[in-house]
Design a protein around this ligand. Structure first.
Ligand SMILES: Nc1ncnc2c1ncn2[C@@H]1O[C@H](COP(=O)(O)OP(=O)(O)OP(=O)(O)O)[C@@H](O)[C@H]1O
Ligand SMILES: O=C(O)C1=C[C@@H](O)[C@@H](O)[C@H](O)C1
Ligand SMILES: [Mg+2]
Length: 170
């Protein structure tokens, strides 16, 4: 959370002239309700079911020519990781816990951080999720101390380099 997936994903889609999906927004549109409401009524489990449905449906219907920003918890289910591995070039946007805390502090839209100690929550989530992000990632990009536009350019450069290397090898 707060790594910049939504912000950077949108910038990248604009630069590439591709469609942009934000999975959290897709889930909200499908549910006709916002994320805090879904967590309150259906719990995290209900949200995760909706998240997997939305991801699977985009993977099935999309032509492969779009940019998708997921939610931070997408890697928690093996089936989601499999869909990402099979269908996408996955970019892990790395942010330190201090940066995540700073970037998420102004919003109350993330139910998992509405705790007495969001820093401790972010730390726990990071310990569980960082290895899973690394497991599915094609590219890992550091985002601390960088303006969103500069992060987006770094991602675009890394993707170009990666695709060029793939072409050269095969
Ligand atoms: N590189 C950056 N430098 C400074 N601020 C940033 C950077 N990237 C994003 N932000 C800011 O941090 C906040 C959170 O970013 P964003 O919503 O894009 O994160 P996210 O990874 O999509 O989070 P979530 O997992 O909750 O969906 C926003 O206010 C955004 O403007
Ligand atoms: O990291 C998470 O588990 C979440 C991140 C958000 O993007 C939302 O998907 C939701 O608040 C859960
Ligand atoms: Mg987001």
């Amino acid at each position: 959370m707060g790594a910049g997936k939504t912000t950077i994903g949108r910038l990248i889609s604009q630069s590439l002239g591709k469609d942009f999906y934000d999975l959290d927004k897709v889930i909200e549109d499908n549910a006709g309700a916002d994320i805090p409401w879904i967590f309150e009524r259906e719990g995290e489990d209900g949200f995760r079911k909706r998240e997997t449905q939305a991801l699977a449906s985009i993977a099935q219907s999309d032509t492969g020519d779009s940019v998708l920003a997921t939610g931070g918890g997408i890697v928690m289910r093996e089936e989601n990781r499999e869909i990402l591995r099979d269908n996408a070039l996955v970019v892990y946007l790395y942010a330190s816990i201090a940066q995540q805390l700073y970037r998420t502090s102004k919003s109350t839209h993330r139910p998992l951080l509405q705790t007495g100690d969001p820093k401790a929550t972010l730390k726990k989530l990071f310990e569980v999720r960082d290895p899973l992000y690394r497991d599915v990632a094609t590219l890992i990009i550091e985002t601390d101390a960088r303006h969103p536009r500069s992060v987006a350019n770094k991602v675009l450069d890394a993707i170009k380099r990666h695709l060029k290397e793939e072409t050269t090898v095969s």
